[in-house]
Design a protein around this ligand. Structure first.
Ligand code: NAG
Ligand code: NAG
Ligand code: NAG
Length: 395
């Protein structure tokens, strides 16, 4: 009742002059602040009016002279009176968020002081998506994350993908405090951590999401084609990596639905790690029907892939041919292939495409071997010379 009367009174009065400037005081949560208000005794020595503290936004009279008029034990008035000055300091301990606002100290019809109490609030992430902090997405699709933060001053939100900044992908939704990160066309290398962090002058808080990118298998075989003789027992290793790990994983003949069974001498399936599986077979090429094209095929929920290789029959036992096939078995050009080469004689299966580099890499490898041979010959001669010198010195 009293407060209404006082507020009306204040509103009705035109202030003749201002003796103050609006002041802003920043206070952290739980801290203590003192809002000062003083008046010179001799300015209006006859004024009987009391010094009053008012909270403008709530229209609360907080104090009348040195008495607190609201029920809040955190508030107190520090009174200081000297010959020429009177002070009524409003003291707020354990500052709370709702203490934020405009405080006005008046006496009679004069505003003595006006203070904006700015309660600083550490950033807080109030919501985030996905809620369970886990995002599972297929390679090539988009992944969307969001964080909403509050605090005073308003926090800024920064995103990181596996510790790297990706500022261009971030948008803030207008009118809200929600920041959205959209990762377009995610790759398997984006798998890992996505962090949002909200920072203001007080502190930083963050949320960590887990991004799990699913991708179809990558299948590799050690050669595209190689020569063997009847009754040889080649060992072929196929590696398939995917997320989740491959479910179906086996050797097939092209266009056959069932894995090969004929000619298998030995078979060994190995889980290498979380993403890779390795399948090793040893074939016994007991008859010519076992020569030809094979595929290693792997499948998971994200898709299916295969790599083809051809076991060619070596008929003429020329040294040149042997060296080619061995080189091919050794060259580390075991990349993902879905095609086969048809460079040399006796083409068992119609191939889909022609790969030029397989022949080139072979030429390079031969060149290196020639160089190595020269070096070997040189060192042998040197050794012989040393031995001869040694023998000579002995005699
Ligand atoms: C955004 O945050 C600021 C500061 O925390 C807050 O005052 C404001 O109400 C928020 N806006 C919305 C739409 O939530
Ligand atoms: C998606 O990324 C891959 C490489 O990671 C790229 O080859 C492909 O072109 C991209 N697709 C689109 C639609 O941007
Ligand atoms: C799994 O093993 C393969 C083959 O040894 C390797 O290339 C790959 O980097 C490994 N992946 C992980 C996640 O360790």
């Amino acid at each position: 009742m009293l407060s209404i009367v006082v507020i009306t009174y204040i509103l009705l009065i035109q202030q003749p002059y201002q003796t103050y400037q609006l002041e802003t005081i920043e206070a952290a949560l739980a801290s203590t602040v003192e809002l000062s208000c003083s008046v010179g005794q001799n300015i209006e020595p006859t004024s009987p009016a009391k010094i009053i503290w008012i909270r403008d936004d709530r229209a609360d009279i907080v104090s009348l002279d040195s008495v607190i008029t609201v029920r809040d034990r955190r508030l107190s008035i520090l009174t200081m009176t000297s010959i020429d000055r009177e002070e009524r300091i409003l003291r707020i301990t354990n500052v709370e968020e709702q203490d934020h606002g405009l405080y006005r100290c008046i006496r009679g019809d004069i505003t003595l002081n006006e203070i904006l109490l700015d309660v600083l609030i550490p950033p807080r992430i109030t919501s985030h998506a996905p809620e369970d902090m886990r995002m599972i997405v297929r390679e090539g699709k988009d992944a969307r994350f969001s964080c909403t933060a509050t605090g005073r001053p308003t926090p800024t939100i920064v995103w990181q993908v596996n510790g790297l900044s990706r500022p261009t992908l971030v948008t803030t939704i207008a009118g809200t405090n929600e920041s959205v990160l959209i990762l377009r066309n995610v790759s398997r290398f984006d798998s890992g951590r996505v962090d949002c962090s909200a920072t203001n002058t007080l502190s930083t808080v963050n949320r960590q999401f887990l991004l799990d990118v699913k991708y179809r298998p990558t299948v590799t075989v050690p050669f595209h084609w190689s020569y063997f003789r009847v009754n040889d027992s080649p060992t072929i290793t196929c590696l398939a990596c995917s997320s989740p790990p491959p479910t179906t994983f086996d050797f097939f003949r092209p266009k056959h639905a069932n894995p090969i069974t004929k000619g298998i001498k030995d078979k060994f399936d190995e889980v290498l790690n979380q993403t890779c599986r390795q399948l090793t077979i040893t074939l016994h090429l007991s008859d010519t029907s076992l020569f030809g094209a094979y595929v290693c095929r792997a499948k998971n929920i994200a898709g299916i892939s295969h790599a083809e290789f051809i076991i060619k029959e070596l008929i003429q036992s020329t040294k040149h041919m042997k060296s080619i096939s061995e080189e091919h078995a050794l060259t580390p050009t075991s990349i993902i292939i879905t095609t086969s080469s048809s460079t040399v004689t006796k083409n068992d299966e119609p191939s889909e495409r022609h790969i030029e580099y397989s022949y080139k890499s072979n030429t390079v490898a031969t060149g290196i071997i020639a160089e190595k041979n020269q070096a070997f010959q040189l060192s042998t001669s040197l050794l012989l010379l040393i031995v001869l010198l040694f023998v000579a010195s002995r005699c």
